[in-house]
Design a protein around this ligand. Structure first.
Ligand SMILES: Cc1ncc(COP(=O)(O)O)c(C=O)c1O
Length: 327
């Protein structure tokens, strides 16, 4: 990957003249089954410019209360886009209840902001990395059609969903007007995300990308890593899923760890520490001292994410370290 990055043929991508970026965007659009694609520095920017392109100031977007866009993207949609978030409780599997979505879609009324967009996350980071099924997507698609709404997918880990459900990634996106996915994270590129959608939509995202400072010059050096990620590294996500499952099963057998391995479908594990003798902060520090970095999402609730650089020996190490701490 580093060699490909060093040797990439580059040009000025602000003028769409970088051949490596153009190649990456073409491959990405084809993989997602969409007309066009745009390379962006991060998933956050990809989601932001997608929402800015679908919505006008004062429009409303329906999204989950556990979604990354709502929780972790600095409220960019409101702060920069004047877009009103209409929040619905996420179900434990990451979906939004269909009846609730329908109830929340605004009628045409002087007092209401117009509903423009439904945003879903697949896989759902804070809902155990759950993959969202194409059957559910079809139902949301029917609703969107009925009320003339657009659908955006925060698919930061959409390939994890496709692998877990044993489907082509396109099958998860038939109803989506746009999708953002990350080349970093499990796909192992150092930087970058992609937004895919229709030609006119992507044309608009290009203007927004420039406005929010994401127009890059010789970004082919970064895109070269993305091409390798897309061409060679999607299938290997299966390894992360099986390592996550092994780790989850072992951790679940430890007294003081609350975890249901049957809920782990991809590369993300959540567990709760329930041992009155162990302080969550010191649990975290003790692991960090051994080179094991996990995230405390809130007091006593932890997230572990598996990726290419954590293979079986590291999984064993983590199991051993946590087993010793729980004794
Ligand atoms: C579901 C989801 N969407 C979007 C993002 C944002 O990606 P980035 O960190 O590249 O901005 C993340 C990051 O973890 C994520 O988990």
């Amino acid at each position: 990957m580093r060699k490909a990055m060093a040797e990439a043929e580059v040009g000025d991508d602000v003028f769409s003249e970088d051949p490596t970026v153009n190649q990456l965007e073409k491959i990405a659009a084809e993989r997602m089954g969409k007309e066009a694609a745009i390379f962006v520095p991060s998933g956050t920017m990809g989601n932001l410019i997608s929402m800015l392109s679908h919505c006008k100031r004062g429009d409303e977007v329906i999204l989950g209360d556990q979604s990354h866009i709502f929780l972790n993207e600095v409220g960019g949609l409101s702060a920069l886009g004047g877009i009103h978030p209409h929040i619905i409780k996420n179900e434990p599997d990451g979906t939004l209840d269909l009846k609730t979505i329908e109830q929340k879609i605004r009628a045409s009324d002087l007092h209401y902001p117009p509903t423009r967009l439904i945003t879903l996350e697949n896989t759902h980071n804070y809902c155990m990395g759950s993959p969202i099924s194409p059957e559910y997507m079809r139902q949301v698609g029917n609703l969107a059609q009925k009320y003339n709404l657009k659908i955006h997918i925060d698919g930061a880990r959409i390939f994890n969903a496709a692998i877990a459900l044993k489907l082509d990634v396109k099958d998860l996106l038939c109803e989506a007007d746009s999708v953002m996915f990350c080349l970093s994270k499990g796909l192992s590129a150092p930087v970058g995300s992609i937004v895919c959608g229709g030609k006119d939509f992507i044309h608009m995202t290009r203007k927004w990308r420039k406005m929010v400072g994401g127009g890059m010059r010789q970004s082919g050096h970064l895109a070269a890593a993305g091409i390798i990620a897309l061409n060679n590294l999607t299938e290997r996500l299966e390894e992360d899923h099986s390592n996550a499952q092994k780790l989850a099963q072992e951790l679940a057998s430890l007294k003081g760890i609350v975890l249901k391995p049957e809920l782990i479908k991809t590369n993300i594990i959540f567990f709760r520490l329930e041992d009155p003798n162990i302080k969550p902060e010191s649990f975290l520090k003790d692991l960090e001292a051994q080179g094991i970095k996990i995230l405390m999402i809130h007091e006593g609730v932890f997230r572990i994410v598996l990726h290419r650089e954590i293979s079986e020996p590291q999984v064993k190490l983590v199991i051993k370290a946590i087993t010793v701490l729980m004794k």
